[in-house]
Design a protein around this ligand. Sequence first.
Ligand code: 16G
Ligand code: ZN
Length: 529
Amino acid sequence: MAEFQEISKLSALHPKPAGLVLQYGTSGFRTNAKQLDHIMFRMGLLATVRSKKTKATIGVMVTASHNPEEDNGVKLVDPMGEMVTQDWEEHATQLANADQEDLLTALKNIIEKEAINMSQEANVFVGKDTRSSSASLSQAVLDGVSALGGHNYGLVTTPQLHYMVCCQNTQGKYGEATVEGYYTKFCQAFIQLTKNTSNRTDDQKHLCLDGANGIGALKVREMESHLKKELQISLNNDGSKGRLNHQCGADYVKVQQKPPTGVKINPGERCCSFDGDADRIVYYYTDSEGTFHLLDGDKMATLISTFLKELLTQAGLNLKIAVVQTAYANGSSTHYLENTMKVLVRCTKTGVKHLHHVAQEFDVGVYFEANGHGTVLFSKAAEEKIQQLAEDTNVNDERKKAALLLRNTINVINQTVGDAISDMLLIEAILAIKGMTIQQWDTIYTDLPNRQLKVKVDDRRVIDTTDAERRAVTPAGLQEAIDNLVKKYRQARSFVRPSGTEDVVRVYAEADTQESADALAHEVSLAVY
Ligand code: 16G
Ligand code: ZN
């Protein structure tokens, strides 16, 4: 077929370095940008056949998120804006690792296995972050998609690309498939939500944002006028000077437990940080003594689920709400949600796709990783019930008001994937509606002191885990050793898991004091050797 000749010709321009083996990991391929040209081209090919298979638009995002500037990566976005399915992750790995001369065979194998009709039209949306390597790498993706109808969106945040793929495949029902459509949808909902929160002072409308010198900063600038001064953002690390993710951004702030370097924060000021592709966000402030306080994904999940649960009760809607977390969720958050809020809590493996799938099982599924990646999913039935109630003329004022707030809340949320911009608007709206300061939000519960460590080992795959990564099944004896160490401390918990993105084993420990958490993490890391 003519298209295969074309592929042969083009693939010669994107040769695979001999011997290089890469794996489609937790969030796609990710490594030093110099090793990725052939991967990009091949992911362009794969996205095209995935599009033919699903008869829908597929997304390809070129980003390495919170990794250093010199890295890059790529991931595929499925028709409803979600991560690509597991079996296609395997196809991706196969195609990526085929030797140059076997590429066509590998591609044909996938086409055959998936029974793809090659005469079906394809449509692929390509987006990229602000890394210097992203321009040529996204061009390599487009070469793979080649003349098959790809749409290059250029610079977008990862969640914007997910959103646009979803809009395109739902004939605009989710919104207009443009960046402008994105701003219109989410900002309008934000304005609606904050409309009746009278007496908000300028201080309350003001937010200090660290854009990680990445795409999120650029996009917040673009969005600002849509917010009509209802949210006034002072933007730091906007990419004009500093390096991407360097001593700034959500990952740095969360892991280092300190503010981004060089950003001046006034005591009590509400601040947040995005990561490099704007799918994660964390909040923080410093108190009058200069102590740093982090409000991570767990705090966001708690605020959001409390808000939603109250509204559902006021609306008289009997919908099942749950919070989905990972093993990294602070024990205090889980305890508060289960015992005080009486919300169902589920734990899954690390990685957004796992949380997303579990959240889909509920009417309202709030999911957040502690690192700040998360969103809320509403089932179709839940959305319909809320919509009906909002339109019902025979309900009392309280129920009606709650239903309208719920409807606008749905509209301010990007349900395709965790989204720093949309999460920021949601949190800002909730704080405004509740008339709550960041300090009040912080005191809902107190985090247990915790510590994370990385351990370098010869082969991290010798560690296999179960129970949502909370227990190690291999190597023999490791879990028993951890259990014995944990017993020495109060309110303690610890686990180890192989990283899905780095060649290390991660250790997590929490306990009643920072000293105990540090000591436990250290002792467990010694047990890993
Ligand atoms: C990826 C995941 C993130 C997860 C992290 C864990 C997505 C979009 N991103 O960045 O959710 O927390 O990996 O990394 O799924 P680790 O396996 O190295 O600890
Ligand atoms: Zn990210």
